[in-house]
Each structure stands twice: as structure tokens, then as C-alpha cells.
Write a protein that binds this ligand. Structure first.
Ligand code: NDP
Length: 260
């Protein structure tokens, strides 16, 4: 029973560690690898890999939506898929990023949030926050991708307009992933952070300049590790359900939380 994470680049992905550790902790005979899909390669090529399921990462989440036979729940609504089940020759799509993010902040009393960035992960985060009654504002450096948010009923900006304060500020851009960039200019970001109760960066594995700045202002911070683990747990549950395999959810959670 084989699974994989599909993306480009893919070498950095921690998903194989999480899923393989879960398989061994639960005593399930499964293997989870990584697959580098070339950007010019057809997504349908994945059908020939004989996988039972896959996770999809940058830059294929929207392509996955267009390639799946069916999409369920939030995946259908935001047109982005991060989890695929291969069943009877069909590709079935799900999105676990949205709930994976929300589980990280569900115990906080938050009224409003500012999302920096307007890509696939911003869509997942914006959608779930709106669904849970948290008001959302988005800022992105370019206008084009903000058009995708027309249906989201949230304020969008491509230039900075400091009108409000926000309880939660989320970096959904890759700024700081492999460089020392901030997602917004420091003179704009600092006052926003000062009035926030949490700065959340989806990036994991390193302290980004965004989180360093928030810490220097004594603001609580969270990186993307807990979200990564949550979305992996939810995807694992979907994979096992598709194979009719029962397991102890406590062991699954502990195994993924303890390995990173
Ligand atoms: P996308 O490529 O879909 O979107 C990236 C967005 O960030 C775009 O709106 C882009 O703007 C903007 N952007 C890119 N570079 C910069 C920059 N230097 N400064 C300001 N804005 C920038 O990516 P995803 O949404 O799929 O992923 C974004 C990040 O979130 C990645 O680092 C990914 O690893 C992380 N992630 C983490 C997860 C987790 O579980 N922790 C889950 C999902 C994603 P423009 O439109 O102008 O190009």
C-alpha cells in the first residue's frame, strides 16, 4: 500500500517522516514516499504510479483540482486540493490545509485576521476563518490573485491601507522561507503586529524574519509546524478510511506529534 507527496520542489517535505512513522506506530503495512512532478509533466501521469493516495503541495494544488474526477467539502469550494485518493480508476480530492490551520487557533478568542498573501494556502485559511465567523482582510503584493477572492466577502488590498487593527496576522507567503525577506515592509508590519495578539507563519523549519520581528515586539508567535501535523493527521484519516482500515486515532496523533 503506497502513498506519496507530490510537488516541485519536494526534497524538503516532511510528510514522508510523519506518515511513515504513523504506519510503523500503528502496525499498518504502508509506505509513503515523495515524487517530483515536473512542471511540464501531465498530472494524469500520477495514475500510473499505483498509489492508493497522495498529498499535493506547491505548485500543484489548483492543477490537482482541475484534474480530479470529484472534489469534496472545502476542496470543492476553494478549488484547491492537497489530498487525493485513487479509487477504482478515479481521483478523488480533499483539502485538509484549512481545518489543519483552524485547529491551531480554535481555542483563541479572535474577531478579525489579516492574511498576507493570496495563493492556495491563503484561500484555505481565508475560507475556514470566514466559515468560523472571523472577519478576514487580505493583502497581496500583486492584484491578479486577489481576483480569486471576489466570492470570499473579505476586504482585499494590493497596497497598504492601515485602517484597522487585527487580532491575528498570518503570513501565507513564502517570504522568509529561503531568504531574509519580510512579507510586508517593516514600517507597515510593525504597527500591525504591535496591536495583534498572535503572529502566525505557515512556514515551518526555520524562524522567519516575520516571526523574529513579532517576537522582538513581544507578540505571541506560531510557525507552521502544528498546521503541518494537523493536515497530515487529517489526510492519513482519509487514506485509511478509503482502505477500510481501522486504527487508534490517539496513537496516530501521538506518533505524528512526537516525530517532529
Ligand atoms: P502560492 O505560490 O500559491 O502563493 C504565494 C503567495 O505569496 C502569492 O500570493 C504571492 O504573491 C505571495 N508572495 C510570494 N513571494 C512573496 C514575497 N517575497 N513577498 C510578498 N509576497 C509574496 O503558495 P502557497 O499558498 O501554496 O504556499 C505559501 C507558503 O505556505 C509556502 O511557504 C508553503 O510552504 C506554506 N504552507 C505551509 C503549510 C503547512 O502545513 N504549514 C501548508 C500549505 C502551505 P503574487 O501573487 O504577487 O505572486
Amino acid at each position: 500500500m503506497q502513498f506519496a507527496v507530490i510537488g516541485n520542489p519536494i526534497a524538503h517535505s516532511l510528510s514522508p517522516i510523519l506518515h511513515n512513522h504513523a504506519f510503523s506506530s500503528l502496525g499498518i503495512a504502508g509506505f509513503y514516499g515523495r515524487y517530483l512532478l515536473q512542471e511540464n509533466q501531465s498530472f494524469y501521469h500520477l495514475r500510473s504510479l499505483h498509489l492508493k493516495g497522495a498529498n499535493i503541495t506547491v505548485p500543484f494544488k489548483e492543477i490537482a483540482f482541475n484534474s480530479c474526477d470529484e472534489a469534496f467539502g472545502i476542496a470543492y469550494e476553494i478549488r484547491a486540493i492537497n489530498t487525493i485518493v485513487f479509487e477504482k480508476g478515479k481521483m478523488l480530492g480533499y483539502n485538509t490545509d484549512a481545518l489543519g490551520f483552524y485547529l491551531c487557533i480554535e481555542n483563541l478568542a479572535l474577531k478579525n485576521a489579516l492574511i498576507i498573501g493570496a495563493g492556495g494556502s491563503a484561500k484555505a485559511v481565508a475560507h475556514i476563518l470566514k466559515q468560523k465567523g472571523i472577519s478576514v482582510t487580505l493583502i497581496n503584493r500583486s492584484k491578479e490573485r486577489l481576483r480569486d477572492f471576489c466570492d470570499f466577502e473579505c476586504a482585499t488590498f494590493d497596497t497598504f491601507t492601515p485602517k484597522n487593527t487585527y487580532d491575528l496576522i498570518i503570513n501565507t507567503t513564502p517570504a522568509g522561507l529561503t531568504n531574509n525577506d519580510l512579507p510586508l515592509k517593516k514600517e507597515f508590519l510593525s504597527p500591525l503586529l504591535k496591536s495583534a495578539s498572535l503572529a502566525f507563519d505557515l512556514i515551518y523549519g526555520r524562524e522567519t524574519p516575520f516571526l523574529t520581528l513579532a517576537k522582538s515586539l513581544d507578540i505571541a508567535t506560531s510557525d507552521g509546524k502544528a498546521m503541518l501535523i494537523n493536515q497530515a493527521i487529517l489526510a492519513f484519516e482519509i487514506f485509511m478510511e478509503s482502505q477500510n482500515i481501522a486504527f487508534d486515532p490517539k496513537i496516530l496523533r501521538q506518533s505524528m506529534q512526537n516525530i517532529l
